[in-house]
Design a protein around this ligand. Structure first.
Ligand SMILES: *[C@@H]1O[C@H](CO)[C@@H](O)[C@H](O)[C@H]1NC(C)=O
Ligand SMILES: *[C@@H]1O[C@H](CO)[C@@H](O)[C@H](O)[C@H]1NC(C)=O
Ligand SMILES: *[C@@H]1O[C@H](CO)[C@@H](O)[C@H](O)[C@H]1NC(C)=O
Length: 350
């Protein structure tokens, strides 16, 4: 079990704190909102030299197996035990079809065709996940070329500091929704639009696997950007269902101010709250691309291997999977659903 306090997301951590401590101490609501966990310090990035000596926790090594499974072409056996691969596969609910063989060559001509004919909406959205727009591809490449250094990604942010807006009455409820009260955006607008696109796609595709979500302060509003430990692959772990409503029977836990007024009910859908996006995987030696992007829900139902290997005991009620098992944290990405602005302007990187 991971010690409390070494987690990463202030939000999920607060949820974790709340749930683990209300069990024994019945913590007052005011003490839940502070102190806020500080953003994790940037740790030394992996390099090809430290690669073999790095020791991974069991959860990290399992997360790394999951990432290799998601990078393996269909004509090859994934480099992980086959029973593990099988159990893992049964817990993966793809929001965009898993197509590990789509190559980057098809990307350029497909993109050209799509731009000319616009194509079918669903197919275009799939393509956007398999082979994102160029600035996102460059970011994915940067993550690898920097040796998996989160700071390299952070440097792609515009320095302008933006106050977090009052959305869904957070100020009225004294809810500090984000890690910091201000955020930033990527200097390249295409990246911000792309991030907004991912949030929106998760919501539109969710029902196909039985997951109805909304882009609200109680439900899906954040993800954690990481660079993967073993490969440097860029990814985001989204957490939906963040603040379920207090319920005497089903969810007797106070989570502090941000839970006030929640319309999210604690039910089976909690199993599906961890959603993983992976950028395409660049080769670390050539300009080639080794695997297309992925968008998948990690099903953490209690009989499955994700729950058993990735959900720490102290958050088993809320099924939280932690981004620091996947890699080093770059920043949180928030989608704050403010009215009448372009989607990209709803993105706040904190
Ligand atoms: C490139 O990636 C492979 C597989 O992830 C790894 O084994 C190798 O050490 C990496 N090489 C360099 C130069 O980082
Ligand atoms: C999701 O919402 C749709 C439409 O409102 C409804 O028909 C469906 O039963 C819901 N699914 C779940 C799992 O709640
Ligand atoms: C909860 O409220 C949000 C807006 O705050 C709304 O978009 C969503 O549909 C509501 N969900 C349910 C299950 O009522």
């Amino acid at each position: 079990m991971k010690p409390v306090g070494v987690g990463s997301s202030s939000l999920s951590l607060r949820l974790a704190f709340a749930v683990s401590f209300t069990l024994s101490f019945s913590l007052s609501t005011s003490s839940l909102s502070e102190p806020k966990p500080k953003p994790k310090p940037i740790t030394i990035p992996f390099s090809s030299h430290s690669h073999s000596s790095r020791s991974l926790s069991p959860a990290q090594s399992f997360a790394s197996d999951l990432l290799s499974l998601l990078a393996t072409p269909s004509n090859r056996a994934p480099p992980i035990p086959s029973n593990e691969a099988q159990q893992l596969s049964s817990c993966l609910k793809f929001l965009v079809p898993f197509s590990p063989d789509k190559d980057a060559y098809s990307y350029s001509w497909r993109r050209a065709i799509l731009e000319e004919f616009r194509g079918d909406k669903e197919e275009r959205e799939n393509e956007m996940v398999w082979w994102p727009p160029e600035p996102v591809m460059e970011l994915a490449r940067l993550a690898i070329d920097s040796g998996g250094d989160p700071a390299a990604i952070q440097r792609a942010l515009d320095p302008t500091v933006l106050p977090v807006p009052d959305v869904d009455r957070i100020n009225e409820d004294q809810c500090e929704l984000t890690r910091t009260p201000y955020g930033r955006r990527f200097a390249n607008e295409v990246i911000n639009s792309y991030l907004a696109f991912l949030f929106e796609l998760i919501v539109t595709r969710g029902p196909s696997i039985g997951l109805n979500l909304s882009l609200s302060r109680y439900d899906l509003f954040h993800g954690h950007i990481f660079v993967a430990t073993e490969t440097g692959r860029l990814g985001i772990l989204f957490h939906a269902r963040e603040y379920p409503a207090f319920d005497k029977e089903d969810f007797p836990y106070y989570l502090g101010h941000c839970q006030s007024g929640s319309n999210v009910s604690y039910d089976e859908s909690m199993n599906l709250r961890n959603i993983l996006w992976l950028a395409p995987l660049p080769s670390n030696t050539t300009k080639a691309w080794l695997a297309p992007g992925v968008l998948v829900v990690l099903d953490a139902h209690p009989d499955g291997i994700i729950y058993q290997r990735l959900v720490p005991d102290y958050v088993d009620i809320v099924r939280t999977v932690y981004e620091d098992d996947f890699g080093l944290l770059v920043a949180d990405v928030n989608y704050l659903n403010i009215d009448s602005v372009a989607s990209a302007k709803r993105i706040f990187i904190c």
